[in-house]
Design a protein around this ligand. Structure first.
Ligand SMILES: Nc1nc2c(c(=O)[nH]1)N[C@H]1C(S)=C(S)[C@@H](COP(=O)(O)OP(=O)(O)OC[C@H]3O[C@@H](n4cnc5c(=O)[nH]c(N)nc54)[C@H](O)[C@@H]3O)O[C@H]1N2
Ligand SMILES: Nc1nc2c(c(=O)[nH]1)N[C@H]1C(S)=C(S)[C@@H](COP(=O)(O)OP(=O)(O)OC[C@H]3O[C@@H](n4cnc5c(=O)[nH]c(N)nc54)[C@H](O)[C@@H]3O)O[C@H]1N2
Ligand code: SF4
Ligand SMILES: [Mo]
Length: 718
């Protein structure tokens, strides 16, 4: 029997609609769903590999327990009961903070895991709560909280209407867009050019996105904050600032004072972008009918990640492009996580209300920076982490100084991982609890609709039923939450999985009905889960619309142009500028940056053979002049050394890189022992995060600083 199934791809932020052709229950073909209201038929090579993930022989389906003689299968009930007992025992002996949590990136692509996982985490009542946020978008959320009053009021580029798109540290051609859910980004960027607009990329590498841009500016890694300050300096100097009733005049004056010392001329010396170029780009930006400045991973994960995101918001605001068509806008999703009175309103945020034990790093929204995780495990004393619960994450490969974390995890008294792979992180667990894979559960995009370039909504049912006895992420968390409570109360634990009426779908149904399109409805009818089930291609809810001051959640309904707490970070900015000036003449080291590849996804899709074909990807890219100075040849293996580690990696000589800069992709390093991902091992590569330093962070926000790590490159024989 022939059947067509529609679902949204959950692998990256683009939320492409997939059309899956089934014959007698098996997948015959995959293509982009041409009727999807958002993605209009777009798909990338990863989407169809959901099938390979489903079929992967290395995928774990039932719980595993680590014993002296190796991994053993155990029943869910035995595993979950023992875990509840151990967690309660450790917390009662050593305090709640002795148990830590780490949530990885796929959590936000899995609404069941998000909803029920959060409940579980809140019941653990630990301050040692970590996630991939602090190796990624923390600065965006922090600045949204400080400036607009809610961490999820993240400004999204209105790519479909803008005339001038200035991109710093983002490579949407490879990543398919981030904090800008945008299927088919190539077409949409091309459309800007076709309507007479322009897009400009600022990046130390001439990335795939930069190659097609109207203009690409090389910038020295880690210096973007100064570039952005020079832009503002010039806007003030030429009186190109547009007033807004949403900001206080005195704030504008202070801003002018802050930017005074960062003239384009002075800044050009450390950024490598000429004075004339900074001035011209600024002028074009200010004079475009609409314009938007956007900065992503490359500028968030650097020593001034928070300052960068602040300045980007400020530039959009003072040029009249914030909350305006063609500028940086805010979404109104069908399940509203921001609006006051919404049943699903998430916490607006909090900052520095407590600190990590060892290094006193600031909390953000009840999470601590993951750069502190290893030291919190390794440093003796009261409050030391003794047990860790990871879910959908691989921090040994994805967080700074993975070598140190690897050692730390090996020293834990107890560890549990919710994951379907035995990888570099989960190998340290005492229990691996495997959830179903994407095609076996339903899907609603709770998070990426909040970050999308257009308001759309879609819900999809599972394609396959899981094998009997398998559990979804949310079922694992739901049972464990209950089991934890029963254990704490000294009650006997049930001998079967604990089921409750609270399912992710029921939560969403309620939120949809009471949300912004509930009673107001859509062209298709009143919003509900049933409506979405009857519209498997999704429903278009229209372009982004201006929403301030209604959806501005600061106390005085003004935008905080200069959040007072951020002023504390300005002296560091000045100090570092002077250091950069001193460094300008020194050139023995290289500045290391990362990169992403379209056929990869962080550390975890390297076990899918079709995605691993083609040229070797885990190489160090270097400019030909630098290679010739060092006397190294293409494909030669070199030693790369940083303050924390050393790796050996083949060279890829390319003019894409700025001189003095080298690039290594993250997520590789599958050569560690004790894992079981056969394909990934074959293409193991090495981990860039064995070079990045857990002590080098954005000191203000606590976010990891991956961009601009100093490294030495040596010939193997030297
Ligand atoms: N194919 C694929 N897609 C993905 C992912 C993946 O791993 N693979 N990961 C997903 C995730 S988790 C995320 S967060 C997003 C990220 O999405 P993007 O932010 O678009 O990520 P990248 O492709 O890493 O682009 C970062 C760019 O910043 C540049 N850069 C590095 N350092 C600096 C600097 O100091 N200054 C400036 N101006 N630029 C710098 C790099 O050269 C690179 O081109 O992608 C998501 N999508
Ligand atoms: N040097 C450097 N390091 C980086 C970055 C960089 O640009 N440079 N980027 C950073 C960024 S932006 C991010 S987001 C992080 C990502 O960091 P992490 O989230 O820690 O790592 P991932 O590689 O995404 O690992 C995801 C894990 O989740 C599992 N998984 C997949 N789907 C599911 C699911 O539905 N349920 C469960 N339970 N498990 C699932 C996979 O098997 C895998 O083990 O890496 C960061 N690290
Ligand atoms: S672009 Fe992202 S959402 Fe679209 S098919 Fe590829 S991985 Fe899936
Ligand atoms: Mo990310």
């Amino acid at each position: 029997m022939h059947q067509i199934h529609y679902r949204s791809c959950s692998l990256c932020e683009a939320m492409c609609g997939l059309q899956i052709d089934l014959k007698d229950g098996s997948i015959q073909g995959f293509k982009g769903d041409p009727d999807d209201k958002f993605s209009r038929g777009h798909i990338c090579p990863k989407g169809p590999e959901l099938k390979s993930l489903y079929e992967d022989p290395d995928r774990i389906k039932f719980p595993l327990k680590r014993t002296k003689s190796g991994w053993e299968s155990v029943t869910w009930v035995d595993a979950l009961s023992d875990i509840a007992n151990q967690l309660v025992r450790i917390q009662s002996e050593f305090g709640n903070n002795a148990v830590a949590i780490y949530n990885g990136n796929p959590t936000v692509h899995n609404y069941g895991s998000m909803l029920l996982g959060q409940r579980f985490a809140s019941r653990l009542k630990t301050k040692n709560n970590f996630s991939a946020t602090s190796v990624d978008q923390l600065p965006h959320q922090l600045l949204s909280y400080l400036m607009f009053g809610h961490q999820l009021l993240v400004p999204i580029p209105d790519i479909d209407h803008t005339d001038f798109f200035l991109i710093l540290g983002g490579n949407p051609f490879a990543s398919n867009g981030s904090l800008m859910s945008v299927p088919d980004v190539k077409k949409r960027l091309k459309a800007i050019q076709d309507r007479g607009g322009k897009y400009v990329v600022v990046d130390p590498r001439k990335s795939e996105t930069a190659i097609h841009a109207n203009e690409h500016l090389f910038i020295k890694p880690g210096t973007d904050a100064y570039f952005l300050l020079a832009v503002l300096h010039f806007l003030f100097e030429k009186q190109l600032i547009k007033p807004s009733h949403l900001i206080r005049n005195e704030d504008l004056k202070s801003l002018e004072n802050i930017t005074k010392e960062y003239s384009p001329e002075r800044v050009s010396k450390i950024t490598g972008v000429s004075k004339e170029t900074i001035e011209r780009i600024t002028f074009e930006f200010a004079n475009a009918a609409s314009a938007v400045c956007y900065g992503r991973v490359g500028v968030s994960t650097q020593e001034f990640g928070a300052i960068c995101q602040w300045l980007i918001n400020v530039i959009n605001l003072v040029t009249g492009n914030l909350d305006q068509k063609g500028g940086a806008m805010f979404t109104l999703p069908a399940v509203d996580l921001v609006g006051e009175g919404s049943v699903m309103r998430s916490s607006p945020g909090s900052f520095n209300s407590y600190q990590s034990r060892v290094r006193k790093l600031p909390e953000f929204s009840e999470e601590l920076p993951v750069a502190a995780l290893a030291e919190e495990i390794l440093t003796e004393g009261e409050g030391k982490i003794r047990a860790l619960f990871t879910s959908a994450g691989n921090p040994v490969l994805s967080t700074p100084n993975g070598t140190k974390l690897d050692k730390a995890l090996a020293s834990l008294d107890f560890m549990v991982s919710v994951d379907f792979y035995l990888n570099e992180t989960t190998k340290h667990a005492h229990y691996i609890l495997p959830p179903t894979s994407a095609l076996e559960h339903d899907h609603y995009d709770l998070i990426f609709n909040v970050f999308a370039v257009r308001n759309t909504v879609r819900y999809n049912q599972p394609l396959f039923s899981p094998e009997p006895g398998m559990l979804h992420d949310w079922e694992i968390f739901s049972d464990l939450t209950k089991r934890l409570e029963l254990t704490r109360a000294g009650k006997e634990l049930p001998k079967e999985i604990i089921r409750t009426k609270l399912t992710p779908a029921s939560i969403i149904d309620h939120a949809l009905k009471s949300g912004p399109y509930g009673s107001k409805g859509t062209p298709g009818g009143e919003m509900s889960l049933d409506l979405l089930k009857n519209n498997p291609h999704g429903i278009d809810l229209g372009p982004l619309k201006p929403s301030f001051p209604d959806r501005l959640y600061t106390e005085d309904k003004k935008i905080q142009l200069i959040p007072s707490i951020l002023k504390d970070d300005l002296p560091r900015l000045r100090r570092k500028f002077n250091e950069w000036e001193d460094l300008a003449s020194e050139n023995s080291h290289f500045l290391l940056i990362g990169r992403r590849h379209l056929r990869s996804n962080n550390s975890w899709m390297h076990n899918l053979p079709k995605l691993m074909t083609g040229k070797p990807r885990c190489t160090i890219m270097i400019h030909p002049d630098d290679a010739s100075t060092l006397g190294i040849l293409n494909e030669e293996e070199v030693i790369v050394e940083s303050s924390v580690g050393k790796i050996q990696i083949p060279v890829e000589i390319t003019e894409e890189l700025m001189k003095g800069v080298v690039s290594i992709p993250h997520g590789f390093g599958h050569n560690r022992s004790g894992t079981n991902q056969k394909v990934a091992k074959e293409f193991s590569g090495v981990s860039i995060n064995d070079l990045t330093d857990d002590q080098t962070i954005d000191e203000f926000s606590g976010n990891a600083a991956f961009s601009g790590i100093k490294v030495l490159i040596k010939k193997q024989t030297a």
